[in-house]
Design a protein around this ligand. Structure first.
Ligand code: EUG
Length: 608
């Protein structure tokens, strides 16, 4: 057990990143499990000192920082020169990636700035243009598994929008919409619905963990588990500060005085929102989001399947049911091993051998759990009043039972603290913290995701699963896949859990991820999202017609950000000043530095 001296997790009452009071006991327990598994102190000194971005002298950089301090206040600009702290999910750093894939001092900020208004965001952007300093905006910075809060370019100044811009600007109970600032988390939005007595009327859609920014997650095209699980698809309206400092509202927000900004996403003319997601073309300062009406009842269900080889037939059964909305939500089809790891214990509790845990070992342990011995688990939900649910559940039950050995687990048999109930909360709009527990699989547990997209088909699921299994076995990792089933596609999520302090394991994790990305591309699959270190490689797999898509992105980048100050390298998009200087990290570079050889001296010609 962890020492009782661990400080209490901040709650929403004291921090915008905090945990809701109702989940405090869970946070306390999760934190103790994580700190039990840490073998090194949280805080470490920066061996390489203040990370100055390339293209500016230390003297000029420090003088620019002084200038910024006098413009927005000393307390709103912090240099990152001595030491950093890793913490854990609920007390995460905004200076670097606490789950590094490369050396911990590669993806790291030189300073963090905290704007308090849109005008200050504009001021900071103009300052960055003037001094040619790379800026990396974050909302909350909990993009964990994909780089967290870390900038792609070493020494970037991180703009932490969330700390001072975290208001829920509007909840419209007639239209079922809201308008939020970057620092609003799923936890905070949900608590506000409860506080206003609206939770019975409308739901949010949240990811597995609720600490992320509603804006940040949608911009990275994250996924949740109600019928509103496609977060980007469910947003309506953005307010954006462009890299040159102009302020834009998209969709109906462009019409002064419109009351339709959160009701109709498209407005008039080109639909521009897309260029501000997974990009470095602007800083989103407000976003509209739709809310789901309470469907008048809901019911989670869970089915288990006995054989690894049931995966293909199951997916072919799921596809027509999902497309016709008999299966209504973004469900997860999880591997048995992941239902074991989410109990929160180190893998050594079950097995202490090297390499992947043998199937016979984890299946024996699964016998003791609520799922029982199985290869796959389907977690889903039916919505609506009882007679509507009964109709759909009957179809699902007879279809799933076409697979021999399929079992429906009666929810009434599951204890209150069983993981099933966490899926139940999430699929009904109540954010949770349970999912965090599998990071304890390894000491100093870190995770990086491989996230390819495929049609909902047995052939595709098997091809990806077989490939991932081969690469995991080669590098000695346990394979814990989960398929998140969208409407006509599914995201396979393979989180490699590794010991962040173990250099050899980190390099094997990188090798495994890079091999899977290449293998997937050779089979025709691409990732929907990826870690900072892998963005160049993933972007290069989107290669139709001699990389025409990246040429278009580059054209947009140069037009919108002539000085190349905004999040250089994010999603593989490099500004002209960086291009052709070896900044791209490609498949062969495992373990190398993240930096290229300088930046062009001359900035763009546009005056700011
Ligand atoms: C998860 C889900 C994701 C993702 C990363 C992690 C959680 C897995 C559906 O998207 O991108 C249990």
């Amino acid at each position: 057990m962890a020492p009782p001296s661990l400080p209490q997790t901040p709650t929403l009452a004291s921090a915008h990143t905090g945990i809701p009071e109702r989940l405090l006991h869970k946070a306390t327990y999760a934190k103790s499990l994580i700190y039990d598994g840490k073998t090194v102190p949280d805080t470490y000194s920066l061996e390489r000192g203040l990370p100055i971005p390339q293209g500016i002298s230390k003297k000029a950089f420090l003088s620019a920082i002084e200038e910024l301090k006098s413009a927005i206040g000393n307390e709103n600009v912090q240099l990152n020169e001595k030491e950093v702290k890793n913490g854990w999910y609920m007390e995460h750093p905004n200076t670097h990636d606490m789950m590094p894939l490369l050396d911990a001092e590669e993806f790291i900020a030189s300073a963090v700035v905290y704007p308090g208004s849109v005008a200050e965001v504009q001021l900071i952007v103009r300052w960055a243009n003037q001094h040619l300093i790379p800026l990396f905006p974050i909302s909350i910075g909990r993009n964990l598994g994909y780089g967290g809060a870390a900038p792609r370019v070493r020494g970037s100044v991180t703009m932490d929008l969330g700390r001072r811009m975290n208001k829920i600007l509007d909840i419209n109970a007639e239209n079922y919409t809201c308008l939020v600032e970057p620092g609003v988390t799923y936890y905070a939005l949900h608590e506000e619905l409860v506080r206003r007595g609206l939770q019975d009327k409308m739901w949010i859609d949240c990811p597995d963990l609720g600490g992320g920014s509603v804006i940040g997650n949608a911009l990275d095209r994250g996924v949740g588990y109600t019928p509103y699980g496609d977060h980007w698809g469910m947003h309506s309206g953005l307010e954006v500060v462009l890299p040159t400092g102009e302020l834009v509202r998209t969709g109906m927000g462009a019409l002064e005085g419109a009351n339709t900004w959160q009701c109709f996403p498209y407005g008039f003319g080109p639909y521009n929102d897309g260029i501000f997601s997974q990009s470095n073309f602007g800083i989103v300062t407000k976003m509209g989001m739709t809310l789901m009406p309470n469907p008048g009842g809901y019911e989670s269900f869970m089915y288990t399947f006995q054989h690894d080889s049931d995966l293909g037939p199951l997916m072919d059964i799921i596809r027509p049911l999902r497309i016709s909305n008999i299966l209504e939500n973004v469900a997860q089809v999880r591997h048995g091993l992941q239902t074991l790891s989410v109990k929160g214990h180190p893998r050594t509790k079950y097995w202490s051998g090297k390499g992947p845990m043998p199937e016979s070992v984890y299946r024996e342990h699964l016998k003791e759990t609520a799922t029982g011995d199985c290869a796959w688990v389907y977690y889903g939900m039916a919505y609506g009043p009882p007679h509507i649910r009964a109709h759909k559940l009957a179809i699902i039950d007879s279809e799933f039972h076409r697979i021999a050995g399929c079992k429906k687990i009666d929810p009434a048999t599951m204890p209150k603290d069983e993981y099933f109930w966490s899926r139940d909360r999430i699929a009904s709009g109540t954010p949770d913290l349970e999912e965090l527990k599998w990071v304890n699989w390894m000491p100093n547990g870190a995770h990086i995701a491989f996230s390819p997209v495929s049609p909902i088909s047995g052939k595709d699921a098997e091809a990806l699963y077989t490939m991932a299994k081969r690469r995991h076995t080669e590098q000695g990792f346990d394979l814990m896949p989960a398929f998140c089933v969208g409407l006509r596609e599914m995201h396979l999520i393979v989180e490699i859990v590794y010991d962040a302090q173990d250099g050899d394991m980190r390099r094997r994790a990188e090798r495994c991820l890079r091999d899977m990305i290449d293998d997937a591309a050779a089979l025709g699959y691409g990732e929907y999202r990826t870690h900072l270190a892998l963005m160049d490689q993933v972007a290069a797999t989107y290669n139709f017609n001699d990389g025409a898509l990246m040429k278009l992105n580059n054209t947009l980048k140069d037009a919108l950000d002539p000085n190349g100050i905004l999040a250089p390298g994010r999603c593989g998009i490099w500004p002209a000043r960086y291009r052709g200087r070896g900044w791209e990290l490609t498949t062969k570079d495992t373990g190398r530095s993240s930096e290229g050889d300088g930046v062009a001296k001359k900035a763009g010609e546009v005056k700011i």
